[in-house]
Design a protein around this ligand. Structure first.
Ligand code: ADP
Length: 260
């Protein structure tokens, strides 16, 4: 038996390598499944507004829309075109974030610069002021200057998506608080709402692409289903951590904590 004992370490090593290979293949398979699922979702999300735009335009072209209904039809076409445009922007943003992660390229959005989180928050809240007023939701910003190294456009995207959701999933009379207050010396932004909340069982999934708790509400209010996926990747780009706390019927709070 003695000569074979020398083979034991070799056999063990081969077995380890085989295990590693099987694991790696399973990972690739998972990534491939995810990619397929994403493509199927994108196709579906694009087809719906395109079909409704073509349908409405066809009826108008053929003179089948009464004069009094023309405005309504044009309005529907406009809303669907807006939805397509939002979807395409979000898909492009996510694919650029994916590319930066895949290539380990931290400069894909341009060289890192000093960005003040509080200014980003104020700009976003000002820009979303009109849609908040229409929804009957009051938004306030508080905090101190909090510089982080990163990309202004991505940070704007991150904060906009959080504030948009806080307005969107909030009843009229609801409130949104944006806090920019450092935690343990680390820059931090927290968006809290008094909205509908997210059920416990969905809280782990809302950062996945196209995952929606209430499809109708998301679509009717202009949601693409990609907002929180963008938030997750934009945070990762800045090596920031995200914490979601939510209680059904009470509200939601998302905290993004940046490195010191
Ligand atoms: P959407 O465009 O649908 O808002 P997101 O990726 O931003 O997509 O969010 C995913 C889902 O998580 C939403 O459809 C919604 O069901 C839920 N959600 C996100 N933010 C909130 C919030 N502040 N309050 C309640 N539900 C939320």
């Amino acid at each position: 038996a003695a000569p074979y004992e020398e083979l034991d370490p070799l056999v063990n090593r081969l077995n380890e390598q085989r295990g590693e290979l099987v694991r790696r293949m399973a990972q690739l398979q998972d990534a491939d499944d995810l990619r397929r699922e994403f493509t199927a979702n994108v196709t579906h999300e694009l087809k719906t507004p395109i079909a409704s735009i073509s349908g409405a335009a066809e009826l108008m072209r053929d003179g089948l829309v009464r004069k009094g209904d023309v405005r309504d039809f044009a309005g529907r076409i406009y809303d669907d075109a807006q939805r397509l445009s939002a979807l395409v922007s979000d898909i492009l943003m996510l694919s650029k974030l994916d590319e930066s992660e895949r290539a380990g390229d931290r400069e894909i959005f341009g060289p890192a610069e000093r960005v003040d989180l509080r200014s980003v928050a104020s700009d976003v809240v000002e820009r979303l002021g009109e849609s908040a007023r229409r929804a009957g939701v009051e938004v306030s910003v508080e905090g101190v200057a909090s510089p982080v190294m990163g990309n202004a456009r991505l940070l704007d995207e991150l904060v906009s998506n959080l504030v948009e959701n806080a307005i969107r999933y909030n009843p009229a009379g609801g409130r949104v608080y944006v806090w920019v207050v450092p935690q343990d010396g680390r820059p931090c932004i927290r968006v809290t709402d008094t909205g509908i909340g997210i059920p416990k069982e969905d809280q782990g999934k809302v950062f996945e692409r196209f995952y929606r708790v209430d499809k109708g509400r998301s679509r009717d209010t202009g949601g693409t289903g990609l907002g929180l996926a963008i938030v997750k990747h934009a945070a990762a780009y800045h090596a920031a951590q995200i914490k979601l706390e939510s209680e059904l019927g009470k509200g939601t709070s998302v905290t993004v904590l940046f490195p010191a």
